[in-house]
Design a protein around this ligand. Structure first.
Ligand code: DP6
Length: 332
């Protein structure tokens, strides 16, 4: 039986940056994200009849299946091993996956991919875990942000501040607040330093402890802004979080620079939009591309300003989404 799941990427308002335990993706602090709608990973899994190794393939946009890079295959097999342990089975799988957005460029491709894999494997084993358990299963991949991509709308992970091993929890469904995320792509190259390495180095930065001190207040304010649908309150915190993540990265030992010249160009354009009265705020994950958050009424003005910038290669227009779904269009 084949199972195909599409799971969305997410954009963090409060970032996961720094881990208590990297292997198990136990975060140093709670994070909050918005699940996206259009940027998705599609993953098909099938149980193989005979004992043997997992087959891991990448599907191209044209529908051709290709061998996946060695490191990618190893990551998927590690996650499959964890999922088999959870289900107490030994079956191998054929897996094919494809993203409809640039991979490894700060658009949470692993979050989408591992969330899709966890959901598809559970379904192909005829298990029916609830959203909280799926969150834990997605986190077993080692990609913490995957723990948030199993739910739609606005999500906090972990649910319990005192327990970094607790699952994600929904703060509000997508229809509570229809925010847009316009992603200005300024570089499609695969990022030079992984998030995993970034988490490992984070505590070597003198900025790390300073940010931790402010997080309690920021988490409370972001939760309240989401409840109140208050973008004027949310926006500045989201920007400060992105700046802090990159300050920590740039002052880690050794330092990590994700920004490119186009990144600064977009940040300047967002400031100019706000000076004209457009309610738009930026954020970035571990990459050079900039997510611009705004309400639907400002979407066209933001899109026009960003698309006209010389270093913007493409613009992905996304919005808050309802979460993963099973589909019948299999990749093989
Ligand atoms: C900067 O360890 O979840 O996106 O393995 O690349 O998915 P991947 O990253 P992960 O760290 C995410 C780091 C972040 C911030 C965030 O999404 O919270």
């Amino acid at each position: 039986m084949k199972v195909t799941v599409e799971a969305p990427a997410n954009i963090a308002f409060i970032k996961y940056w720094g881990a208590r335990d990297l292997e198990s993706a136990l975060p140093e602090n709670a994070s909050v994200s918005m699940t996206l709608d259009h940027c998705r990973a599609r993953t098909t899994v099938e149980r193989l009849p005979a004992a043997g190794r997992d087959e891991v393939l990448l599907a191209t946009a044209g529908g051709v299946l290709e061998e996946a890079p060695v490191a990618f295959v190893a990551g998927v097999r590690r996650h499959l091993d964890q999922l088999r342990r959870w289900a107490a089975v030994e079956v191998p799988f054929r897996v094919a996956t494809r993203n409809n957005f640039p991979t490894g460029a700060g658009i949470a491709s692993s979050a989408a991919g591992f969330a899709a894999l966890a959901i598809a494997v559970a379904a192909s084993l005829e298990r029916d875990p609830d959203a909280a358990e799926l969150s834990l299963l997605a986190r077993l991949s080692g990609s913490g942000s995957a723990a948030r991509s199993v739910m739609g709308g606005y999500v906090r992970w972990p649910a319990d501040d005192a327990d970094p091993a607790s699952p994600a929890v929904s703060l509000a469904p997508a229809d509570h607040w229809p925010l847009c995320d316009l992603v200005a792509v300024v570089d499609t190259a695969f990022k030079s330093v992984s998030s995993r390495e970034g988490h490992r180095r984070a505590s070597t930065s003198p900025q790390f402890a300073l940010r931790q001190e402010r997080l309690g207040e920021r988490l409370a304010a972001v939760g309240q802004a989401i409840r109140d649908r208050d973008l004027e309150r949310l926006g500045p915190i989201v920007e400060q979080e992105a700046i802090d993540l990159h300050l920590i990265a740039m002052s880690s030992r050794p330092p990590i620079f994700y920004w490119r010249p186009g990144t600064l160009e977009v940040l300047e354009a967002v400031r100019q939009l706000r000076a004209r009265g457009v309610g738009a705020w930026f954020t970035m994950d571990a990459g050079p591309n900039v997510h611009v958050i705004c309400g639907p009424g400002d979407e066209e003005a933001v899109a026009a300003a960003l698309a006209g910038l010389p270093r913007v290669i493409s613009l992905l227009r996304d919005r808050v989404g309802t979460g993963p779904r099973s589909i019948e269009e299999h990749l093989f």
